[in-house]
Design a protein around this ligand. Structure first.
Ligand code: UDP
Ligand code: LCN
Length: 795
């Protein structure tokens, strides 16, 4: 690129000069992708600028994510392809282009944001590249997020072909497994690989002559004499199959067979899932501050994991009831929830429970009230120590897997996993860094309210410490052709005066795995499955939609026969419910076609304790007044129980309505898959997960929340075409249901996660994967950067 740019300068000199002057004339230190594209369009509207069209200069602007400007210099951050970055600078007088190292680009940004100072010269620079030198790395974009698959292929090949003594290592690994003090898989009679091969042969012969359904009681004694223990299968047939997988591997290793064998090894009996912030409970918590989809996700995840673990153990003939603990914060001032109870069994499971551990002050007193997720940092170390004891006692032993959630849970998970030596996975749910523009560069501006200093350093630590990372979508990791992925935004960034991250994360890292969440099929199922419907709730739904405008609701739908445009969300600014009301208010066509129903927030601003929510509530009232929407909008300011929400989606579908998710950005968007699973045509933001969940025009529609008019027009045109021909509605509805059934189910999720935990658990044992070096570096980062920050918050 740089050579082509240099070569083009002679011919395009005037036009390039104009473009750069145009950018500099905006007098802003930073221009975003959209600003750069707009500027390019303006300059190229006439000659001589028009000569830049279809040249390398246009290509460069097409790749640019950002420019940093301080005359005469313009620096560009280019993203030529997903996950690949290139930094250039150009002198606007000489038009000389140079490629610059990442560090230099970051230093330039720091100067623009923070002014010239000597501080920059001594900045704490973080670079994880040296640790990755010998670490396997993906090459192809389409492999991103399929790390488990890749790692298994790559390492299995290496392990069994080289001098690493693969069979010997596998033998040692098989001898490791126990359950409640009982040996599993192989016992001490087998002392080496050759004996193992012989014993496998004999055991398979023996099992071939046993009845296929014979269990351990019948064949166990003979197998034990050969050196085997339970864990190979419940029935003789399955034991023989599993031994066959091992035999194949010892004969001629194949990564696929190897993964099948690993997936069967009884390795995961107990799991600890960490989610400290917010009100974590099973009832009456939705809509309380910091309490949303993450809670829904974890509770559904637990149920699915328990089923999957139980099934896998049973299939392998291991008699153990799996144990799962969700570890969260105990909040004495519980606001009508169970958040003050130390232990709460999780309904729909046999053995899973919520364990609550309080936050304590430095002097050991229990903190009584809720604390914003942005302010939890000083409490987490003490939480870790207390949680560790509770987990060990509650689970009756060490967990085999720790799953962290969100920045705080991921940090706690990291510290616990290090202390206990356990396989560890992280789930981000929503990375705040990409939600707020320049939240890294101008971190000091939000420090008192948001403490992004702690959050981003914590993210960096746990992302690099995790054995594997679960992401809900591809775009969460690596974005798409035009936008940067949420994880990708940690590749390099700077927080002036705190950290200069030259290389923080690599989206080609094989630790990333896309494992998408699902919907609870008992609650969210298609409107057409009439026999499963909760018909008893229809009175309550009609009251909710059409009952008198009372406490907790605003608006009364005058034309009750129109289809409904439904939106359900917490009332955060980013969810943009007020934006949707504004689009609706502005669009006469839409207003004559449908009613709008908003479920979220609280109609009474005085009942909101959250500043952002309060402002949104006030704005919502202003909009309804301004556009005089009381007869066309129904605002339900209370959160609905799941079963009622499920039936509401279906009721709206019965009446050929649609669902709209208008967020400015949505990390994943559980409501989107819930609505789709109910058969509701869904219009959802093109920023974030929904862009990947929905195939535009086929299983729903993408909308741009920054172009409300176009979004409202698109909804109106769809409703018009459905009024003319119902098949339009039916086609999208069917495709939405199919899409969710094929890709977003908890069953798929649990199966993938259980296989991954075994794959990474195995490789964690077999190779250190350079983790000891990186762990030492992370400990330094933790002690030298994060701890002082969290300590300072306490003073
Ligand atoms: N939800 C609910 N009742 C409500 C509003 C929301 O049960 O009145 C649930 C909703 O069904 C979804 C979750 O809250 O399961 C919101 O998750 P999402 O991923 O859409 O957004 P988040 O709140 O996590 O940002
Ligand atoms: C947090 C969010 O913001 C949502 O986009 C996700 O759907 C939810 O967590 C569950 O992962």
């Amino acid at each position: 690129m740089i050579e082509r740019l240099r070569a083009a300068v002679a011919e395009l000199r005037d036009a390039l000069y104009l473009l750069l002057r145009h950018y500099l004339a905006q007098d802003k230190p930073f221009l975003l992708r959209s600003d750069l594209a707009e500027g390019f369009d303006e300059v190229t509207a006439d000659e001589p600028g028009a000569r830049l069209r279809s040249t390398v200069a246009e290509e460069m602007i097409g790749m640019a994510q950002e420019a940093s400007l301080s005359g005469p210099w313009v620096y560009f951050a280019l993203r030529p392809r997903i996950g690949r970055w290139l930094y250039l600078r150009v002198h606007c007088e000489t038009l000389h282009f140079d490629e610059v190292p990442t560090e230099e680009y970051l230093v330039f940004k720091e100067r623009l944001a923070d002014g010239e100072s000597d501080e920059g010269a001594w900045s704490f620079e973080v670079d994880f590249r040296p640790f990755l030198r010998h670490y396997p790395r993906l090459r192809e974009v389409h492999s991103i997020g399929r790390g488990g698959e890749f790692l298994n292929r790559r390492l299995a090949g290496k392990l069994f072909s080289g001098t690493d003594g693969g069979p010997q290592q596998l033998f040692r690994f098989l001898s490791l497994h126990t359950c409640q003090g009982r040996q599993l898989m192989i016992n001490r009679r087998i002392t080496g690989v050759d004996e193992l091969s012989d014993a496998v042969r004999s055991a398979r012969d023996l099992l071939a002559s046993s009845p296929a359904e014979a269990e351990w009681d019948e064949v166990g004694e003979d197998l034990r004499a050969l050196g085997f223990e339970p864990g190979w299968g419940r029935t003789a047939k399955r034991m023989r199959d599993t031994l066959g997988l091992l035999q194949d591997i010892l004969e001629a290793p194949d990564p696929g067979i190897f993964e099948s064998l690993l997936a069967r090894i009884p390795m995961v009996f107990r799991i600890a899932i960490i989610s400290p912030h917010g009100y974590f409970g099973q009832d009456n918590v939705m809509g309380l501050p910091d309490t949303g989809g993450q809670v829904v996700y974890i509770l559904d995840q637990v149920r699915a994991l328990e089923l999957e673990m139980r099934q896998r153990l049973a299939d392998q003939g291991v008699d153990f009831e799996p144990e799962i603990a969700v570890v969260t914060r105990l909040i004495p001032e519980n606001r009508g929830t169970t958040s003050n109870q130390p232990v709460e069994p999780i309904t729909g499971t046999s053995n899973a429970r919520i364990i609550r551990v309080p936050f304590r002050t430095a002097s050991g007193e229990i903190v009584q009230h809720w604390i914003s997720r942005f302010a939890v940092w000083p409490y987490l170390e003490r939480f870790v120590l207390e949680a560790e004891k509770e987990i060990l006692a509650g689970l009756g032993g060490r967990p085999d897997l720790i799953i962290g959630n969100y920045s705080d849970g991921n940090l706690v998970g990291t510290l616990l996993a290090q202390r206990l030596g356990v396989t560890h996975c992280t789930i981000a749910h929503a990375l705040e860094k990409s939600k707020y523009l320049f939240s890294d560069l101008y971190w000091k501006h939000n420090e008192d309210s948001h403490h992004f200093s702690c959050q981003f350093v914590a993210d960096l630590i746990s992302m690099n410490a995790a054995d594997f990372i679960i992401s809900s979508t591809f775009q969460e990791v690596a974005g798409d052709g035009s936008g940067v992925g949420q994880y990708e935004s940690y590749t390099s960034f700077t927080m002036p005066g705190l950290l200069r991250v030259v290389h923080g994360l690599d989206v080609f890292d094989p630790r990333f795995n896309i494992v998408s969440p699902g919907v609870d099929p008992e609650t969210y199922f298609p409107y057409s499955e009439d026999e499963r419907r909760l018909h008893g709730l229809s009175g309550e739904i009609e009251e909710l939609l059409f009952g008198p405008d009372a406490d907790g609701t605003r608006g009364n739908l005058a034309a009750g026969d129109r289809p409904i445009i439904l939106s359900i969300a917490r009332m955060d600014r980013i969810k943009n419910l007020t934006g949707l009301v504004e689009w609706f208010g502005e669009n006469e066509r839409l207003r004559t076609l449908a009613n709008l129903v908003i479920v979220g927030g609280n109609v009474n601003p005085d009942e909101s304790s959250d500043e952002e929510e309060h402002a949104e509530i006030v704005r919502m009232h202003e909009l309804i007044d301004h556009y005089q929407l009381d007869g066309e909008v129904r605002w339900v300011g209370r959160l609905l129980e799941r079963s009622l929400a499920g039936e509401l989606y279906r009721w709206v579908a019965d009446h050929r309505g649609v669902f709209v998710q208008p967020a400015l950005f949505e990390a994943f968007g559980l409501t989107v898959i819930e609505a789709m699973a109910s058969g509701l045509p869904t219009f959802a933001t093109r920023y974030g997960g929904p862009a990947e969940i929905i195939e535009d025009g086929a299983s729903g529609f993408h909308i741009d929340p920054n172009r409300g008019e176009a979004a409202a027009d698109r909804i109106a045109s769809f409703l018009e075409s459905c009024a003319e021909d119902e098949r339009h509605w039916l086609d999208i509805s069917r495709a939405a249901v199919d899409r969710v059934e094929a890709r977003y189910t908890w069953k798929l999720y649990a199966s993938k996660l259980m296989t991954l935990s075994r794959v990474y658990g195995f490789w964690r044992y077999i190779t250190s994967l350079e983790r000891s070096e990186v762990t030492a570096y992370l400990q330094a980062l933790y002690n030298l950067r994060l701890r002082p920050l969290t300590r300072a918050m306490e003073e």
